[in-house]
Design a protein around this ligand. Structure first.
Ligand SMILES: *[C@@H]1O[C@H](CO)[C@@H](O)[C@H](O)[C@H]1NC(C)=O
Ligand SMILES: *[C@@H]1O[C@H](CO)[C@@H](O)[C@H](O)[C@H]1NC(C)=O
Ligand SMILES: *[C@@H]1O[C@H](CO)[C@@H](O)[C@H](O)[C@H]1NC(C)=O
Ligand SMILES: *[C@@H]1O[C@H](CO)[C@@H](O)[C@H](O)[C@H]1NC(C)=O
Ligand SMILES: *[C@@H]1O[C@H](CO)[C@@H](O)[C@H](O)[C@H]1NC(C)=O
Ligand SMILES: *[C@@H]1O[C@H](CO)[C@@H](O)[C@H](O)[C@H]1NC(C)=O
Length: 853
């Protein structure tokens, strides 16, 4: 793992930034000026002392009150959603422990800013050398890893295939007599070396398990006794705790204790401490004074089984440790795991009712297992972070033109990560897709996660789109992506799960007639925050023409073929060749339509029925007004005739929806020689060359963005435009492949083009599962709406669904992973990050035919 410093080219390190601002605040005073001449020496000395004192004071004061705080790092003045009673008490305790360090092959922590951390390591081989496996790294080259069962709270089973090793990890949480706050948990690790290695009798298997205290307090260690007691300590929240480790069959232990404040490079810490004894690597059996990390090594033969038991609230006078342990390890644990697995399987079956026979008919062998793995690794990827985002303040707000950064307020995030190896942190636009899946498994998890995100709103209604909180998260991020920009949006996908919840919530509150319904309380508390969020988009991303929007922040450069819009989520998807304030993006307009519609839906739920609690009366009334505002917007943005106005987005001739802007098709990248004064050599770079004159027009790049009016179901079921879209979707010249819809039509000028020498096409061809899911949702909708194209929609739906399922399943069976994208040319191979069980896990809902309503 490479260590990265927090600073980067664009951003000075924190101390430098602070120093710069201090200089700014100093009064102008030039000691070398002509001021001193003719003044007596005593007066000069007195004056000098006065000035020095003044300077010292100013420096001290500016250290205490550094800079005027920019608006953008101020939280919005609204009550926090996470303060709602339903997130306290039992709920909070149930979620206290979890596998919330998914960037590790197995990592456990609690949902508290400074936690006890636990993790598993083993010895593998990398580039011909022994190396500790710990953080999920694609370069480790594992044939497979991922949770194949995980319920998000109390049970998980993971399978890891590493060269000749086959490792299974279980996580099981339980509440028993005597358990302290948050309950107890057990980890079981099974390791098998393959038959080949079995014959080489010398092989030893080695597993490492550590526990670390972020708060820094001491972890005591005890030589392995009969009960397997390994370590213990005390925390204010859970009381006395103990970790017991037991392993079967000729295993023996080594240990090491360290004292450190660094939790982001535990791998190196352990690796550096290993010593060679009898040609084996082992821990040194040393313990630094007041160690706050202890590591245990278990050595065994070809088969190794390790049980780690964590007991919270240990009090021998009340409950015997031995009886608690017996329940949580050994054969009793066998039984518990078996039961928990059965409960998961039953719940999965009820929730998704997968038709294995049908799925096999698409050539998707193993479909049910793949569905379980998709869901489980998404749930097992739920993470808890605590820390401060680094926010770039645009030069507008700065007196000087250099970029500098500020820290957002310290905050917690509970979030499902897109990918445990490449993207183990929170991403705003991914999260909406994750929650479509998670809300169908456990809505309380969705409320908790969405609540955390909405609590990150600043006073302007902005949410940083990539959340890099804490050191462990930061070391995984390339420098250039660390700073968050306050003018960058990101699709408001959280409205997707919120919109989908309407059926449950409306039904639940209407049926029960209960006003105090927790789900409704969640929406009530969220509503003002969603308003602020909506308002931010409506204000900052608006186009010049009323009712139009565009992703702000694109800037023209000759280094890229087409200026990226990372904020749209579709990074390199081609937009107008010459960014300008005249452009309008059809995807953002449709996101706004969806958001407005969802706001209306939420206002309806929390505004009715009217015979409510005392202070509800005024609320319901003010909601009426709000309601009207969103209703009006929703109507305009969903109005089909408005959408089809001349040259807004609709290309009458081709029957397609496009972006609009200052555009020419005549752009290409060409090699250019340039003289580099640093090296004194002539080098070649790719530069964009524009050979046409850009003019305001519809941007003829057909792809996912063009499908948005179809995706948000703005097209009436009886419109010929719907028929035209069904044909567009099916055209192999455009988007159709046997593996799903590709992101950009082969006929588009930028199809499959690189954006720079180093940027391979990303949203310019590959098949993405999240967009295919949204298209399927619409096809499914139109296949059920009465109208002349019902049957046509049904037939496209069936074929697209079969293609997606068969390819994702085939690649999973071959490669062991679900991928970020699938190739649109070479036989649909998996590409990009893996395991990508963020939105690609939507394949489960595609199998189950559960769609976005
Ligand atoms: C979700 O939370 C509600 C309210 O806090 C609780 O009554 C319900 O049992 C929870 N549901 C699940 C599935 O945990
Ligand atoms: C891993 O080992 C277990 C236990 O022997 C076995 O049941 C399982 O099939 C193995 N998995 C693979 C992929 O080798
Ligand atoms: C871990 O990182 C810290 C700070 O970045 C550094 O001082 C320390 O030496 C590192 N430890 C190891 C074992 O690499
Ligand atoms: C321990 O050894 C026994 C006898 O050789 C064997 O049956 C059992 O599977 C071993 N246990 C593990 C976990 O490998
Ligand atoms: C969105 O912006 C438009 C134009 O400024 C305004 O008329 C409309 O009321 C705004 N909508 C909401 C819900 O704030
Ligand atoms: C389009 O871009 C070109 C090149 O930057 C510029 O000269 C022209 O004024 C722009 N046209 C409009 C209508 O903005």
């Amino acid at each position: 793992m490479k260590e990265r410093r927090v600073t980067n080219r664009g951003a000075p390190a924190a101390p430098a930034a602070a120093a710069a601002s201090r200089r700014r605040k100093k009064p102008a005073f030039d000691p070398s000026g002509g001021f001193f001449s003719g003044v007596r020496i005593g007066a000069v000395a007195a004056f000098a002392i006065f000035v020095l004192t003044a300077i010292t004071l100013v420096v001290l004061l500016s250290a205490l009150y550094p800079r005027e705080t920019p608006r953008s790092i101020t939280p919005v003045a609204l009550p926090k959603i996470m303060d709602l009673p339903q997130f306290q008490g039992e709920h909070k305790e149930r979620l206290y422990w979890g596998t919330y360090r998914p960037h590790l092959y197995l990592g456990i922590r609690s949902r508290t800013p400074k936690s006890l951390l636990a993790g598993l390591m083993w010895l593998g081989i990398k580039d011909g050398y022994y190396a500790l496996r710990h953080t999920c790294e694609d370069s480790d080259g594992l044939k497979r890893y991922g949770w194949v069962r995980h319920d998000g709270i109390s049970y998980g089973r993971q399978v890891i295939l590493d060269q000749n090793m086959n490792i299974t990890t279980f996580f099981s949480k339980s509440w028993n007599d005597g358990s302290g706050y948050g309950g107890d948990w057990s980890v079981r690790v099974n390791l098998h070396h393959s038959r080949f290695w079995f014959f080489l009798k010398k092989t030893k298997s080695s597993l490492y398990f550590y526990i670390a205290e972020e708060e820094g307090s001491q972890i005591r260690i005890s030589r392995n006794d009969a009960s397997g007691l390994a370590a213990s300590g005390h925390r204010h929240d859970i009381g006395h705790w103990q970790i017991h480790i037991s392993a079967e069959n000729n295993t023996f232990f080594h240990y090491a204790g360290f004292r450190t404040g660094n939790m982001h490079n535990i791998t190196q810490l352990v690796q550096n401490s290993l010593i060679v004894q009898e040609r084996k690597l082992q821990l040194p059996d040393t313990y630094e004074k007041s160690s706050n990390i202890v590591v245990f090594q278990v050595l065994g033969r070809n088969h190794l089984q390790l049980d780690v038991t964590f007991l919270a609230g240990v009090d021998e006078k009340k409950f015997s440790v031995q009886s608690r342990l017996d329940r949580l390890s050994g054969i009793r644990l066998d039984e518990t795991l078996r039961v928990q697995e059965q409960i998961f399987d039953k719940r999965f079956e009820n929730a998704y009712k997968l038709d294995n026979e049908e799925l096999s008919s698409f050539g998707a062998t193993n479909a049910v297992e793949i569905g379980k793995a998709a869901l489980s690794n998404l749930l097992g990827g739920i993470s808890y972070f605590y820390g401060q985002s680094l926010i770039s303040i645009p030069s507008k707000e700065q007196k000087h033109h250099r970029e500098s950064f500020w820290k957002y307020w310290p905050a917690a995030l509970y979030s499902a990560v897109p990918c445990r190896s490449f993207f183990p942190r929170g991403f705003l636009w991914d999260e909406g897709f994750h929650q479509i899946i998670i809300s169908r498994w456990d809505r309380n998890l969705t409320y908790d996660i969405v609540g955390h995100w909405l609590d990150l709103l600043n006073v302007d209604g902005w949410i940083p789109r990539e959340q890099i909180l804490g050191e462990e998260a930061r070391v995984r991020v390339p420098d250039e992506y660390i700073l968050q920009h306050t003018d960058n949006a990101n699709p408001p996908t959280l409205f997707l799960p919120l919109h989908g919840l309407k059926a449950y919530i409306a039904l639940a509150s209407l049926e029960s007639g209960k006003e105090n319904n927790a789900e409704r309380a969640f929406l009530e508390k969220s509503f003002p925050r969603l308003q602020a969020w909506f308002g931010w988009f409506n204000r900052t991303q608006a186009g010049t023409f009323p009712g139009t929007y565009y992703w702000h922040g694109r800037s023209i450069t000759d280094k890229e073929l087409n200026a990226k819009s990372l904020s749209s989520g579709l990074d390199d998807y081609p937009r107008a060749s010459h960014p300008s304030a005249d452009e309008r993006h059809v995807d953002l307009r449709c996101w706004m339509a969806l958001a407005a519609k969802s706001m209306v839906m939420i206002a309806k739920i929390i505004g009715a029925p009217h015979e409510v609690r005392k202070n509800w009366h005024s609320m319901a009334r003010s909601n009426d007004l709000l309601f009207q505002k969103y209703e009006a917007m929703s109507q305009v943005l969903s109005d089909f005739d408005v959408l089809n106005q001349v040259s807004l987005h609709y290309d009458r001739k081709r029957g397609r929806y496009y972006d609009y802007g200052n555009h020419t098709e005549k752009v290409k990248l060409e090699w250019d020689n340039f003289f580099d004064p640093r090296t004194g050599q002539v080098q070649q770079v790719l530069r964009r060359v524009v050979s046409g004159r850009p003019k305001l027009q519809l941007v003829p790049q057909f792809g996912y963005v063009s499908l948005f009016p179809f995706i948000v179901k703005l097209i009436p079921a009886d419109s010929q435009i719907l028929e035209a879209h069904l044909n567009l979707i099916q055209s192999e010249k455009l988007l159709w492949t046997s593996f799903g819809l590709r992101s950009l039509a082969t006929t588009s000028s930028i199809y499959n083009r690189r954006n720079t020498e180093h940027d391979a096409p990303y949203w310019r061809g590959p098949v993405w599962i999240n967009m295919n899911y949204l298209v399927l949702s619409s096809l499914h909708y139109y296949s059920q709406e009465p109208g002349p194209y019902k049957d046509a929609a049904a037939s496209v739906y069936k074929q697209l669904r079969a293609n997606l399922i068969s390819n994702v399943a085939r690649r999973y069976n071959e490669m062991g992973y679900i991928f970020e994208q699938y190739d649109h040319t070479k036989e649909g191979e998996g590409k990009g990050a893996r395991p990508f069980t963020g939105w690609s896990s939507l394949i489960l809902l595609i199998m189950a035919e559960q769609y976005q309503r």
